[in-house]
Design a binder for this molecule. Structure first.
Ligand code: 5GP
Length: 111
């Protein structure tokens, strides 16, 4: 399944990549909602969290997110990880991704 994120993975379109290993790539969101807004994406396509299974690298996504938070210097004050799922969840790209948002105070409940 080709998505805008698979084109970033294959370098067909540019992105500001901040982390990469065999399973995971992470890059800055093109429309940032916080001073730090990074998307953490599995290189193997999975539509979303609803279709993920135990063969998908879900732990690696979260561990990469925590590492990036440390690298970006937002770990001490705190940050938020978000997975949007489906239409009501606000998912707009059908390629599983975790949002890392930091560098400002987050609100609760989210909009
Ligand atoms: P979702 O709404 O699916 O949870 O998140 C998709 C995110 O992808 C949005 O925050 C959107 O700004 C970001 N996005 C969409 N297209 C691109 C792109 O081409 N490059 C980057 N870096 N981010 C993108």
């Amino acid at each position: 399944m080709e998505t805008v994120f698979s084109k970033i993975i294959s370098r067909e379109i540019p992105a500001d990549i901040v982390f990469e290993n065999d399973d995971v790539i992470a890059f800055r969101d093109i429309n940032p909602q916080a001073p730090v807004h990074v998307l953490i994406v599995p290189k193997k396509w999975v539509k979303g969290i609803e279709s993920a299974d135990s063969s998908d690298k879900l732990a690696e996504l979260l561990l990469a997110a925590a590492q990036i938070a440390r690298d970006e210097g937002v770990d001490r004050r705190g940050y938020r990880l978000v997975i949007n799922s489906g239409a009501d969840g606000g998912q707009t790209v059908d390629h599983l991704h975790v949002h890392l948002l930091g560098g400002r105070k987050m609100h609760w409940p989210p909009g």
